[in-house]
Design a binder for this molecule. Structure first.
Ligand SMILES: NC(=O)c1ccc[n+]([C@@H]2O[C@H](COP(=O)([O-])OP(=O)(O)OC[C@H]3O[C@@H](n4cnc5c(N)ncnc54)[C@H](OP(=O)(O)O)[C@@H]3O)[C@@H](O)[C@H]2O)c1
Length: 310
């Protein structure tokens, strides 16, 4: 079969098109494009079906596992696809590893090293127990996230744009340094013992629940499956769509109850607003996918992220 590859401006990317087997998949086409263009390796390519002029619809994205024949109209042996360069890509593991590595390393620097001397504090620094527990709590959290990235999550997309590494690292590394600076500060005033225990105890419970939520999400996909979406259920997912975000937010609340810094609460507000936006989108996606029509199950009534408010 003949495949014509055009750019979004309508220019032919590969002059004369490509000849492929009738049994070829989208992945074979991507490999063929890579062989002819060198720079555009498969995960950099987004292939869609052309839209009719003036159409406002979203174009159909070609799935790499599907056969090209599935996208041909009728018995036609010709296919035209629209190519978009997604830019340099990194794997999701690489993206998450670097964004979590920053806070994991930066926080202990403020705890262990005499950094406050460089900010003009000359006196001896007394370390309160809450500061020590906060350091272990913080490092446990980011270590857990790195381990989950490599051994728990089953991502649907193989890669993410390289630019996201810089954006996400700026977010996590800056907040890591900002919070570490204030919690380990020589003039830090600790909260009472009971408040510290309640905060860390509650936070740890939420971290464990968050881990369990990730295991439940993992079990929704088979190891080599095609990355589709299922209705999450069991444990807190029976009440709230994004139970993993809910427990993430509450574990940061626990950390803040125990450490009480403005920096920590600023992070909590920013992280909550980001996760709320994502949760709304995920909730809508599940309701759209599981609409109860044509034999599809209906998505049950659930809170989105923060019951009983949202
Ligand atoms: N502090 C912060 O600012 C912040 C922000 C975001 C996340 N986090 C933490 O990082 C964790 C991971 O974040 P995330 O945004 O990657 O979480 P997520 O999108 O909810 O999902 C985690 C994994 O489960 C998969 N998944 C989600 N819903 C699914 C469904 N219905 N069916 C099948 N698989 C499904 C996801 O697949 P896909 O690859 O398809 O998405 C992903 O691999 C969060 O749970 C949270 O603890 C923290």
């Amino acid at each position: 079969m003949k495949v014509v590859v055009v750019t979004r401006s309508g220019r032919e990317l590969i002059k004369g098109g490509l000849e492929l087997d009738d049994s070829a998949t989208v992945s074979d086409l991507q490999e063929a494009i890579h062989r002819r263009t060198r720079n555009y390796y498969p995960s950099r390519q987004r292939l869609t079906l052309p839209l009719l002029p003036g159409s406002k619809e979203k174009p159909t994205i070609l799935h790499y596992r599907k056969s090209l024949k599935e996208y041909c109209s009728g018995n036609s042996d010709n296919l035209t696809v629209v190519f978009k360069d997604l830019g340099p890509q990194v794997s999701y593991q690489t993206l998450f590893f670097f964004e979590y590595l920053g806070p994991l390393l930066i926080y202990p620097i403020f705890y262990y090293l005499p950094v406050y001397q460089y900010f003009g504090y000359k006196g001896e620094r007394i370390i309160h127990p809450v500061q020590t527990y906060a350091m272990y709590y913080w490092c446990f959290h980011y270590f857990k996230r790195i381990m989950e990235t490599f051994f728990v999550h089953r991502f649907s997309h193989a890669t993410s744009p390289l630019s996201n590494v810089f954006r996400n690292c700026a977010y996590y590394w800056t907040f890591g340094a900002y919070i570490a600076y204030y919690v380990n500060h020589p003039f830090y005033t600790p909260v009472c013992d009971l408040q510290m225990k309640i905060g860390f105890g509650f936070g740890l419970l939420c971290q464990i629940s968050n881990f369990y939520c990730h295991i439940l999400l993992r079990n929704l996909r088979r190891p080599n499956g095609n990355g589709g979406y299922q209705i999450p259920c069991g444990f807190l997912f029976n009440i709230v769509t994004c139970a993993n975000y809910t427990t993430e937010i509450y574990q940061w609340l626990g950390f803040n109850i125990a450490t009480q810094t403005i920096a920590g609460y600023v992070f909590l507000v920013v992280a909550t607003s980001i996760m709320t936006n994502w949760a709304l989108a995920k909730h809508l996606r599940l309701r759209r996918l599981f609409d109860g029509k044509e034999g599809r199950p209906k998505y049950p009534r659930r809170w989105v992220i923060l019951p009983p408010f949202l």
